[in-house]
Design a protein around this ligand. Structure first.
Ligand SMILES: Nc1ncnc2c1ncn2[C@@H]1O[C@H](COP(=O)(O)OP(=O)(O)OP(=O)(O)O)[C@@H](O)[C@H]1O
Ligand SMILES: [Mg+2]
Length: 514
């Protein structure tokens, strides 16, 4: 039976209403004269429907009470009022009553109003259930798109790696040079590395690591990386500014930005075309309006990617930076590329401009601030590398052979003496048996039997004076989650570039740690 709660300040009207309701088959679960009391009692009573007068005792009238009820509960209500003037009806409309009965009323009006209200309430609940299901299924679709996109991208990368590996096998058998194939594999691995960064940027887990870098270097790096990814029918032209242009930015992230723009340009030219990547300095004497905001006047470095592909319809431009907005097939696009571009550029204090014409092509331009001061801080790459050399002895402990060999190669080609151990036990044996002294220990964190920190402690108790750098395939937070606290130690997550490792070594050995 439908239970009804009555809010009515005139006792006689309330009792009359109660008997009418009971006569036509409803149950009345309570009668109160004021909004305040209604609000107090309603949560215990939880009726199916409320019938409420508009004029009530106390400071809240029926419309005020309904507004508060709507915020907290989902109980349908009908107004019962002697008023029918426009002002009141206008106010009442805003709290969305399920019915409005004018006094005096008959049992028939009452029953019709109640049945209609209950039907509407049922439909409303069903609709909101459907909406929730729809939201859930859209979320699942988005996750599915994401997973599909990643699987697809990784598959492409693996295809490239496997392809070059086969080529290498053939060439080695014939005693030929394999340098370009190895480069191809490295580029594919870099792309995979960018893909994981892309995911991290999207999940906002990425830490910015800004430094003063030169835009031309970024453009050159990316062009080298993509040259092999582009099909033959797309020609690439790279134009760098002869002037030195320094920006304070996270290099890996900006490379990821440019790579995303390039991949989009490639997709926009399925039948081939012409792509231009360029970097330039530019001075704005006035503020300039671009797609993502107003660029304040000043000195900027721009980097742009232009294609003569399919172009973007003007109604899509406002959506292209939305996560998951894509016009590509499920297999091809996840719609995260430009969302992460936007995130990175915004985080770096820059701006993006998009010019596009359907059928003619598109040009994406990134504006990043530059200053004299930044440019003067810029060191030539050769100078930087020279400073990173050393002649100290380094003990490298890492159980993955490839990683250990790579670290040893990075070190020995920069002047360092190296000792290798493939596990902590071996490291301890070497130092015990040979009394070998070393200045630095580079060790993996997680290894069988003993972790890197325990190893470092054991070696110290043997009276050797050395510094330690920890490396791990896990980010520092994850390392902590897995039970090892590397807080306060020198730590480098894998994969790393030789310049990262070498700078950390110099900072550690020269005691220039911040
Ligand atoms: N250079 C371009 N030419 C034409 N359309 C473009 C270009 N760049 C972006 N777009 C449009 O913007 C949409 C969103 O781009 P975005 O990079 O965010 O996602 P995606 O390329 O579809 O997928 P993902 O980058 O995740 O693989 C694209 O689907 C495409 O419609
Ligand atoms: Mg894209």
């Amino acid at each position: 039976m439908i239970s009804i709660f009555i809010v009515e300040d005139e006792a006689i009207v309330a009792l009359d209403l109660k008997s009418n309701l009971e006569r036509i088959g409803y149950s009345v679960t309570g009668i109160v004269p004021s909004g305040e009391e209604a609000l107090e009692k309603i949560k215990d009573i939880n009726p199916d429907l409320i019938i409420m007068d508009i004029r009530l005792q106390g400071s809240l009238d029926g419309i005020d009470t309904a507004a508060i009820l709507n915020e907290k509960y989902d109980i349908p209500f009908i107004f019962l009022s002697a008023y029918s003037d426009e002002g009141i009806i206008e106010r009442a409309k805003h709290v969305e009553p399920f019915g409005y009965i004018i006094k005096p009323f008959g049992a028939n009006n009452l029953r019709t109003a109640i049945e209609m209200a209950m039907y509407r309430a049922k439909m409303k609940t069903e609709l909101s259930k459907l909406e929730q299901q729809l939201r859930q299924s859209e979320k699942m679709k988005a996750v599915g798109n994401l997973a599909g996109g990643i699987a697809h991208d990784f598959n492409n990368i693996l295809t490239v790696i496997l392809g070059y590996s086969t080529l290498i096998e053939d060439k080695i058998a014939q005693g030929e040079n394999i340098l370009s194939e190895v480069e191809g594999i490295r580029n594919a691995a870099l792309k995979a590395n960018l893909l994981t960064k892309h995911l991290l940027a999207f999940s906002r887990k990425q830490v910015l690591n800004p430094e003063v870098v030169e835009m031309n270097i970024i453009v050159e790096n990316v062009s080298r990386m993509i040259n092999r990814l582009l099909p033959e029918n797309i020609s690439l032209n790279v134009i760098t500014d002869p002037e030195y242009q320094a920006v304070f930015i996270d290099q890996a992230q900006i490379e990821q930005v440019v790579l995303n723009l390039v991949l989009n340009a490639k997709d926009a030219m399925p039948d081939g075309g012409y792509m231009v990547i360029s970097s330039q300095t530019c001075r704005l004497d006035n503020n300039m309006l671009v797609t993502t905001g107003s660029v304040p006047k000043g000195d900027y470095v721009t980097i742009s990617v232009k294609d003569n592909g399919i172009g973007i319809p003007s109604e899509n431009i406002e959506h292209i930076f939305d996560p998951f907005f894509t016009t590509k097939s499920v297999q091809k696009g996840t719609g995260l590329g430009l969302a992460s571009v936007y995130g990175i550029i915004k985080q770096s204090g820059g701006y993006i401009d998009v010019k596009s014409e359907p059928g003619k092509g598109s040009k994406f331009t990134i504006y990043l601030e530059t200053t004299e001061e930044k440019t003067s801080k810029l060191k030539k790459p050769e100078e930087q590398m020279e400073k990173l050399k050393g002649d100290e002895t380094v003990l490298v402990v890492e159980d993955e052979d490839e990683v250990r060999r790579m670290v040893v190669t990075m070190l020995s080609s920069n002047g360092y003496q190296t000792i290798e151990a493939s596990n902590p036990g071996e490291a301890l044996l070497i130092s015990e048996n040979t009394n070998m002294l070393f200045d630095l220990l580079i060790t993996d964190v997680f290894m069988p039997l003993m972790n890197g920190i325990q190893l470092s402690e054991r070696l110290h108790t043997m009276g050797i004076d050395f510094k330690t750098i920890y490396i791990s395939g896990y980010e520092s937070k994850l390392v902590k989650k897995k039970g090892v606290d590397i807080n306060g130690f020198e730590f480098l997550p894998k994969p790393f570039k030789s310049i990262d490792l070498l700078s950390m070594i110099r900072r550690t050995l020269d005691g220039m740690l911040d």
